[in-house]
Design a protein around this ligand. Structure first.
Ligand code: CTP
Length: 215
């Protein structure tokens, strides 16, 4: 099977030397890529800027902004069997990018932000799709309810939910996996490497099930 995986943060430029980003390390997405490769799958890894070496044997696409990531995902999704959108895409970007460095001339400035394109939602709502679509939900409260709402609204097959305060920048996490049919699986506190292996099994099974249904 071919896995398309997004990982890491995006950077939304303000001017040539400044940007808006977040603390995502990319570790979960890279661990899923490694686990999928170990299980014998093909992997296309589309990654924002992180401090991790690209996995050997993956097709690696390095991107910076949410728009770059959007284009790369749209280009490769239809040739994939499972799309796992693990990246912490910025929700907003500056409405205008200043072509020159903004100088410190006044005491207060404000930056107008506009919403970025939602990559997961756009895949979920594309008219025909043959791939299994997996989203991630990082929440600080009402984990299950918020994640289930995301699954419905973005029309995914699976949402992997975690506590945003625990997951960012750490090597360990605890996950709640929610399926479209209402089923839920919990994977207790473990290393991202272990969690990634379990997730790859869950995603591959879901892809097999969807193939059987279509036959
Ligand atoms: N996502 C995406 N494109 C965006 C924003 C998010 O593809 N522009 C994807 C992420 O990769 C993740 C899922 O959507 O798989 C959930 O992201 P999250 O930031 O938790 O949700 P949001 O929709 O941004 O909602 P909120 O921040 O309000 O919780």
């Amino acid at each position: 099977m071919t896995f398309l995986i997004t990982a890491g943060p995006t950077r939304e430029p303000i001017d040539p030397v400044r940007y808006i980003s977040n603390r995502s390390s990319g570790k979960m997405g890279y661990a899923i890529a490694e686990a999928a490769l170990d299980a014998g799958h093909e992997v296309i890894l589309i990654s924002g800027p992180v401090n991790l070496p690209p996995p050997r044997n993956a097709e690696f696409i390095s991107v910076s902004t949410s728009d770059d990531m959007f284009e790369a995902v749209r280009k490769h999704a239809d040739n994939s069997d499972i799309c796992v959108l693990c990246a912490a895409v910025a929700d907003y970007k500056p409405a205008k990018v200043s072509p020159a460095k903004i100088k410190k001339s006044v005491d207060e400035i404000s930056i107008e932000l506009v919403a970025t394109r939602d990559i997961l939602r756009s895949l979920g709502h594309q008219r025909v799709r043959r791939f299994v679509l997996v989203g991630f939900a990082a929440e600080t409260d009402d984990l299950e309810a918020n994640a289930r709402k995301k699954l419905r609204e973005k029309n995914c097959d699976i949402i992997v939910a975690n506590d945003a305060c625990v997951a960012m920048e750490t090597d360990e996490s605890e996950l709640l996996v929610l399926f479209r049919d209402g089923e839920t699986t919990k994977i207790s506190h473990a290393s991202k490497k272990f969690l990634a292996r379990e997730l790859v099994k869950i995603f591959s099974n879901a892809q097999q099930k969807s193939l059987t249904k279509k036959m």
